[in-house]
Design a protein around this ligand. Sequence first.
Ligand SMILES: [Fe+2]
Length: 388
Amino acid sequence: MQPFELSRVPAIFFGPGCLKRLKREVAERIAPGSAVMIIADPAMHKLGWTDRVSAMLAEAGMRTALYADFQGEPKVSEIDRAAAAARTLEAELVVGIGGGSALDTAKLVAATTRSGISAAAYALCDTPLPLDALPVIAIPSTAGTGSEVTRTSVFALETGVKTWAWGDPLKPVAALLDPELTLTLPPPLTAATALDALVHAIEATTNARRNPGNDLYCHRAIDLISRNLEPAVRDGSDLAARSGLLLGSCYAGIAIDNAGTALAHNISHAVAALAPIAHGRATALAMLATMDWVAEAVPEAFAGVARAMGEAPEPTAAVAGFARVVRESGLEISLRGDGLELNRPDLLAAQMARPENAPMRKATVRPVRDDDLVMLAQRFYRLTDASR
Ligand SMILES: [Fe+2]
């Protein structure tokens, strides 16, 4: 049998209402009277979830402060500001509540609070992460990034360049998956975030780092997401569908924590440098544009994807199955009017070749040669109606 390694998985609590478990999880880790820094999505704050979290922590005898002052991809200056606030508070634990941006911020804040070193130092693993990171409890409000269980934080340098930090000190100690937090997510965001998660699972089970242990998470995630996305988009209050998506995205997070992503993420990270297109949408479109090209190199792995989707175990059925899920999700395919400069696949190809996007290119099971980059970028432009 093929040897493999799986990394540590945080304690996971799943189910409607499981947010209330937070009080006990915090109380088991820090003494009463200690301080907790809450990093939250502004949307979660507006909806009153942070008040509930603060009240729960107050009941446990904790002091709290809230940081919810960011939009979209977290910037170094915002992370450093939140870490400074946590340092002033003498925080001993960080609670992150929100989508991927909030959770990624919470993880970096926790890693840098004690040392005071700027998050910028940890971009692309330039410096090893400090070993005295504060524990993080992550509460996702979107079924998407899986950040609640991974060692990765994606963030932006002051120049706007998207980058990432990676290492065990970034991994949360616990994840609370309460689908009730995701009930108000509007259909386009539900679609984009869930498709991101679906691509995580597909890439982790088809890339060069795939392994049979991790495939359990990948295949279950593919099953859960492909079955529950359409019902969740049709009726956002469908708690069973929301639950399936949230659990699926968490399993997909575990999957990428073990095996990483591949070409679709190389392209979507490259797109992010060119236009402000939501990560999940860009990733789903990139997968749609290139999946058949990658599948030719590893048909048996894509047959496994098809089987997990309930389709015939053929690579072509996986490609068709993914296209069907995208169609059912209502994702807007055309990128005309989304800020991407038309007819410039060369610009996208240049971004795909950049060092911050190299790991995803390298993990792609079909070798991506320099002259393949423009061809793949052209596929993306054609699909998204951006080449005219
Ligand atoms: Fe992603």
